[in-house]
Design a protein around this ligand. Structure first.
Ligand SMILES: *[C@@H]1O[C@H](CO)[C@@H](O)[C@H](O)[C@H]1NC(C)=O
Ligand SMILES: *[C@@H]1O[C@H](CO)[C@@H](O)[C@H](O)[C@H]1NC(C)=O
Ligand SMILES: *[C@@H]1O[C@H](CO)[C@@H](O)[C@H](O)[C@H]1NC(C)=O
Ligand SMILES: *[C@@H]1O[C@H](CO)[C@@H](O)[C@H](O)[C@H]1NC(C)=O
Ligand SMILES: *[C@@H]1O[C@H](CO)[C@@H](O)[C@H](O)[C@H]1NC(C)=O
Length: 272
């Protein structure tokens, strides 16, 4: 049987200019022409759908599930401070019970940094270099994270001083960094703010804590944290402090986002 008899539009066209002789019974289609047209379009669109699906599937195979799909070119670190307060305003009174509150709120965020926890979940890394774990052909999953021991925060670790200095008016603030970063820089009103001590020393975060591959693959990663202790700030005074990441790879002067890579907060210690 020729293909022509199978194609519905061809036979319809033929019928329009010459009455088509009825095909011999053994070649006759068991379906009426309308059903043939329907069948044709079903097959046709079915094929298109299959092709489209196949193309999509092939394309999706090339997409890495562990790389965020919507990446902003402006990939700057988000920063957080603890204790978490409304409007980033840390105001308390040393002489009252309120001095205990900020310290209490630091306890749970620091639990993940307990040395024992870090040793159990993370590994000791070589300091001074990036902890890169590329996927060389095979998926390198999960990625290992480096130990960040709570004791590195020393006076702000809350281990010896469970009050984190709040009681004696020498409070500790923790600054967590979400993505990349190396070093913190303080811009403040120096004289009244008094001396500041940072843990790890000078607020230097080792390169081994970077890059961060995201929580899907970097399972046990604990964000590096810098603790800042205000050793001698002036009481009963609003101190406006800004903490800026000082790292070569982050532009903190980005005009589109003034708050990229920096966090500004107020701290006030009242003492009657
Ligand atoms: C962390 O360590 C401190 C003291 O070593 C302990 O009191 C606390 O319960 C520990 N927290 C966790 C979550 O292990
Ligand atoms: C973390 O502390 C444990 C003991 O508490 C120690 O064995 C480990 O080497 C420390 N890790 C780092 C990176 O200092
Ligand atoms: C994460 O921590 C668990 C223990 O809580 C450990 O069994 C696992 O090996 C760790 N994963 C990585 C990638 O280090
Ligand atoms: C706690 O105090 C002891 C003794 O003063 C000291 O050896 C230790 O290093 C301190 N720990 C921290 C985390 O500062
Ligand atoms: C603390 O700061 C005051 C000025 O605000 C200064 O007079 C005093 O010497 C400082 N104390 C220390 C121990 O640095």
């Amino acid at each position: 049987p020729s293909l022509g008899t199978q194609l519905p539009f061809r036979s319809r066209r033929r019928r329009s200019w010459a009455p088509c002789p009825r095909p011999p019974p053994h070649l006759a289609s068991p379906l009426p022409p309308a059903a043939l047209i329907l069948l044709f379009y079903l097959v046709f669109y079915g094929f298109l759908t299959a092709l489209f699906t196949l193309t999509m599937w092939v394309m999706l195979q090339t997409v890495d599930p562990f790389i965020p799909k919507y990446q902003d070119r402006l990939s700057v670190p988000g920063m957080m401070i603890r204790p978490k307060t409304e409007a980033l305003d840390i105001t308390y009174n040393t002489d009252r019970r309120s001095a205990a509150e900020p310290g209490l709120s630091l306890r749970s965020p620091l639990a993940a940094y307990n040395n024992s926890r870090q040793v159990a979940t993370n590994e000791r890394c070589l300091p001074g270099r990036y902890n890169e774990q590329p996927d060389n052909g095979v998926l390198n999953y999960p990625k290992r994270a480096c130990q960040f021991n709570r004791t590195e925060l020393r006076d702000c670790s809350g281990l010896n001083d469970t009050n984190y200095g709040y009681r004696e008016g020498r409070p500790c603030i923790l600054v967590k960094m979400n993505r990349v970063g190396c070093e913190l820089l303080w811009v403040g009103y120096a004289q009244k703010l008094g001396e500041i001590e940072m843990f790890p020393p000078n607020g230097n975060i080792d390169l081994m804590y970077f890059p961060y591959y995201g929580k899907k693959v970097h399972l046990n990663y604990t964000q590096p944290v810098v603790a800042v202790k205000f050793l001698n700030l002036t009481f009963n005074f609003d101190h406006h402090v800004e903490c800026k990441i000082n790292a070569a790879n982050i532009a903190t002067t980005d005009e589109r986002d003034r708050f990229a890579g920096r966090v500004a907060f107020k701290i006030r210690v009242n003492k009657d």
